[in-house]
Design a protein around this ligand. Sequence first.
Ligand code: URA
Length: 396
Amino acid sequence: MKELLLRNVRPFGGALTDILIRDGRIARIGKAEASTAEVEDGGGAIAIPGLVEAHAHLDKSLWGMGWHVHQAGPALEDKISTERRLRRELNIDPARQSARQVALAASHGTTAIRSHVDVDTDQKLWCFDGVAATRERFRDVMDIEIVAFPQSGLMIRPGTLELMDEALANGADVVGGLDPCGIDRDPKGQLDAIFGLAQKHGKPVDIHLHEADDLGAFSMEMIIERTRALGMQGKVTVSHAFCLGMTDRARAAALTEHLAHQDIAIATTAPASRPVPLAAELRRAGVRLCAGSDGIRDTWGPYGNLDMLERALFIGLRNNFRNDADVEYALHICTQGGADVMEIADYGLREGAFADIVLLDAETVPEAVAARPKRKLVLKRGKPVARDGQALFTVE
Ligand SMILES: O=c1cc[nH]c(=O)[nH]1
């Protein structure tokens, strides 16, 4: 039996207490009796559950490879084809680059990641195999879910569906999709194919939907129809969903109501450059929201650092969240919201849950979101994996 006592911590910024961890789980929250456990003194730090990165691209960052001078043109198709060309030219090795991102994410207090991983007829399963190797290697440090993602299109690149099928048979966790109208120009074809894969493998679906306004709304209606028809409530996520930020608020409200009825979740990155789903409206309607960093430092763009506390700040800024309850909700999206979408069992800061815990110095949770202090200590299943903003393990 392995015990660790976190002394003098404040769950969610509340009263000072202790957290006793036994065999990787929270055994007790409350002032501890004399104990034989190993002790970590939190010194009054706030304790929150591990941050959840619900939309990443672990296969494609250039992190640690020097500065990349951006080459892709502005259109989505430019970014996709430039990346396909540069992957091999620059040797963006998915195993090495995903391992680097695991260390980076852990240093910021992330304990679970859903990563979209490109599957296409050029790379075939290279990206999947690399990220799957990282998932295995860091099993004790990070929960990693892999989405088999047809980044270059499904209907326009015959052979991709079969590769996705193979990735799912080999351990991919989620079926991905991408702009069924904008990229594939065949929404029925793509959506029937990916929902078919989901049914065949008994897996959830997570679809990138960049399409704006009416086009995005049309694709979203087709996703809603399939979710309802196949009884996949609670198993579908739409990532980005920029169309929900459309100026036609009546249409966005109608979509939102359907999303709530079908329990379809939305994953947002809260970008500054696009209309975005409005977090408060989705919350009021009962639509679950999670968040992610998207690709970081990649051939798509130079930004990002996988810090989900910073992502909570971006959500707050983008949604004009000012009062404490709203800022706390921004953090909820980056913790429990992601855990719900990833269906992580026994998540949270409560007795019996896994001891995935982050300590940080701040007066309150909203102050932590606003100031983004270094993570003082990060525990995965009760084991320290990062301290003072540094991962406690090395990657090449
Ligand atoms: O489709 C997308 C969008 C952002 N980043 C990616 O890698 N792919």
